[in-house]
Design a binder for this molecule. Structure first.
Ligand code: PEP
Ligand code: MN
Length: 340
């Protein structure tokens, strides 16, 4: 961290600031007096230091961090890719996982039919929302606990591990047998929920918030990891921009950038990113080409009767076609679509 001092800083103020930094903040300082400006370089663990508190000193012009504020998620301190085990399927490294299934769990028949079709097409995990974050309180809210029970039944039937979204701390107990807990875009900065997930031992699929920066996404991962749970999977699911032809704008550069800045696996959700069934294939392929470690794709046995997100859910037949192309491109990228 570097503190830039005001030209008007009096030597006595600077002396007091340095004493405060060394005695109270426990960092070493290095005062550099230049021709046009004077700076103080801080050496030591500055992660916990509050830049606002430093700015509160009258003699300070600005404060700049030279290190990223996320440590656990940072590739600098963990050069190797993190590989997360989900029921012996690996996510990260040279594997590509395809998480497929309906937007919402609607009924036993709908889920079983869709799950079996997804498995036959080559999906490696099953998704399905039991608790649904809907813009309108009048829209279908999910089958809740019953939905989780049906997902576990579908897991028994297909062998596919299940990924489903948690919306409240109060529901933690219902997720005991879920394989991957999803934190949806709207809860990316629900810090109490993130901390609680940090204290459990389950993989967490953390989706990027609708208007969140990549640094904010990584800081949310940091919330989970700093509590002890290092099994975090990042998910790019599109961000809100001025464009209206797509539901969101898929930030493909986020995939490559997150892979550079962090060792955590990165998954892309082309369904929520675009909202359009016709864009799911091209965006899935773009994501694989950008180096993602997995895709989360919405598939429904009968999209026109879906209780949520009908316009973006693939039919099992369309999903089969997309899977073939994903497998071919993943192979070219040196990745396996893991079926084991
Ligand atoms: C979902 O995956 O079901 C979902 C609601 O996605 P997001 O949080 O990305 O909107
Ligand atoms: Mn959906």
């Amino acid at each position: 961290m570097v503190i830039i001092l005001k030209n008007t800083a009096a030597p006595q103020q600077v002396g007091e600031l340095i004493r405060w930094l060394e005695d109270s903040c426990k960092v070493k300082t290095n005062l550099v007096e230049g021709v046009h400006s004077t700076i103080i370089g801080l050496i030591g663990d500055t992660l916990h230091m509050d830049t606002e508190a430093i700015m509160a000193n009258d003699c300070v012009e600005s404060v700049q961090r030279v290190q990223e504020p996320y440590k656990n998620a940072n590739r600098k301190f963990h050069p190797d890719d993190t590989v997360i085990d989900v029921c012996s399927r690996k996510i990260g490294g040279n594997k590509t996982q395809i998480i497929a299934g309906p937007c919402s769990v609607e009924s036993e028949k709908q889920l079983m039919e869709t799950a079996i079709a997804c498995k036959q097409a080559g999906a490696t995990m099953l998704r399905g929302g039991a608790f649904k974050p809907r813009t309108s309180p009048y829209s279908f809210q999910g089958l809740r606990e019953e939905g989780i029970k049906l997902l576990l039944k579908a897991k028994k039937e297909t062998g596919l591990p299940v990924v489903t979204e948690i919306m409240s701390l109060a529901h933690m107990d219902m997720f005991t047998d879920v394989d991957v807990i999803q934190v949806g875009a709207r809860n990316m900065q629900n810090f109490e929920l993130l901390k609680e997930l940090g204290r459990c031992d389950k993989p967490v699929l953390l989706k990027r918030g609708l208007s969140s920066t990549l640094e904010e996404l990584l800081m949310s991962a940091e919330y989970i990891m700093s509590e002890g749970n290092s099994k975090v999977i990042l998910c790019e699911r599109g961000i809100r921009t001025f464009e209206t032809m797509t539901r969101n704008t898929l930030d493909i550069s986020a995939v490559a950038l997150l892979k550079q800045r962090s060792h955590l696996p990165v998954v892309v959700d082309p369904s929520h990113a675009t909202g359009l069934v016709k864009l799911v294939e091209p965006m899935s392929l773009a994501a694989v080409a950008a180096g993602c470690d997995g895709l989360e794709i919405e598939v429904h046995c009968d999209p026109k009767s879906a209780l949520s997100d009908g316009a973006q859910q693939l039919t099992p037949k369309a999903f089969c076609g997309v899977m073939e192309k994903i497998k071919a491109l993943a192979g070219f990228m040196g990745k396996d679509v893991d079926e084991a």
